[in-house]
Ligand binder design. Structure first.
Ligand code: NAD
Ligand code: UDP
Length: 310
């Protein structure tokens, strides 16, 4: 198949490019390189079935494909809050452009949605049936509400125009190729520990997240795209839940440096707890994560150790 990946030069997108090329597909990677980089796809640039297109998803595009994975959107709070109006435009106009293309081509289109649609959840763990607890006017809203509106558009294009959609809600995913200045917790803590710098815990570190290793996430993406039973939304993530302080201590003990924890103010609307209920993915996709946090952290630490040496 010919497959378009928007945001294909980012952390998740570049792993998806790798996996789809390995399966023998023809991949078009579209990215404006806002948070992604050519380094993530450098090893693919000479591949005969790989094309890189520098383009902003906010502007319409035409390309003949059978599948579209829509990943274009900054994912880290510091990056999506840098230009919040643009973040909403990327989510909403990017979704409209992908859906319009899918409609014209009769292609299947998958949206990379997020656990942020649940906001600061009052239900725990989060099931897909939960409608969420989202502040519509806060500093995270550009991302949360942008992604919620994108989901709305996906289902309306399906109901109104019969577009063949799939929607996955991704929970905190980490691994090699996260940008060292990405600002998300796993990459921040690993980079700080490797440099012997203080580990910046926001708040008292009692808030929780459930961390999924990138290879598991990519398997879940493809399983969702290539099945006909459900449209979604479907949670993809690892249900093993940790406090942020536990994560910091684990990383310090693995890296073995002298870093100490320093406590910084908690950003506004930072969710207190997050853990996916993955029963639907288990039932319909026969998918569940395989890589435990300890193993995934070891692989990620090795990646950053090498990166920081150059
Ligand atoms: P990332 O920032 O590494 O990747 C996003 C990619 O989109 C980057 O390559 C960036 O340059 C590109 N991009 C941004 N704006 C664009 C635009 N206007 N036009 C074209 N390309 C643009 O982040 P990621 O973790 O790889 O996230 C990929 C997708 O998955 C995002 O949509 C994100 O919202 C979603 N997601 C990720 C996680 C996670 O934990 N990694 C969790 C929930 C949702
Ligand atoms: N966090 C932290 N220190 C950091 C970066 C993040 O304590 O250097 C916290 C953050 O406040 C949040 C959690 O770690 O509670 C996960 O943050 P991240 O930005 O990775 O993802 P999200 O908040 O979008 O789940």
């Amino acid at each position: 198949m010919r497959i378009l990946i928007t945001g294909g030069a980012g952390f998740l997108g570049s792993h998806l490019c790798d996996k789809l090329l390995l399966a023998g597909h023809d991949v078009v990677c579209m990215d404006n390189l806002f948070t992604g980089c050519k380094g993530n796809i450098r090893h693919l640039l000479d591949h005969p079935y790989f094309e890189f297109v520098r383009h902003d998803v906010v502007d319409p595009f035409k390309v003949e494909v059978d599948r579209i994975y829509n990943l274009a959107c900054p994912a880290s709070p510091i990056h999506y809050q840098y230009n919040p109006i643009k973040t909403t435009k990327v989510s909403v106009l990017g979704a409209i452009n992908c859906l319009g293309l899918a409609k014209r081509l009769n292609a299947r289109v998958l949206q990379a949605s997020t656990s942020e649609v649940y906001g600061d959840p009052l239900e725990h763990p989060q099931k897909e049936s939960y409608w969420g607890h989202v502040n519509p006017i806060g500093s995270r809203s550009c991302y949360d509400e942008g992604k919620r509106c994108a989901e709305t558009l996906f289902f309306d294009y399906h109901r109104q125009n019969r577009v063949d959609i799939r929607v996955v809600r991704i929970f905190n995913t980490y691994g090699p190729r996260m940008h060292p200045q990405d600002g998300r917790v796993v990459s921040n803590f690993i980079v700080q520990a490797l440099r012997g710098e203080p580990i910046t815990v926001y708040g008292d570190g009692s808030q929780t997240r459930s961390f999924c290793y990138v290879s598991d996430l990519i398997d879940g993406f493809i399983a969702m795209m290539e099945q006909d039973a459900v449209l979604g939304p479907i949670n993809i993530g690892n249900p093993c839940e940790f406090t942020i302080r536990e994560l910091a201590e684990k990383i310090i003990s693995k890296v073995g440096g002298k870093s100490k924890l320093v406590y910084k103010p908690l950003p506004s609307d930072d969710p207190v707890q997050r853990k996916p209920d993955i029963s639907l993915a288990q039932q319909h996709l026969h998918w569940q994560p395989k890589v435990p946090l300890d193993e995934g952290l070891d692989l990620t630490i090795s990646y950053f150790r090498e990166l920081l040496q150059h």
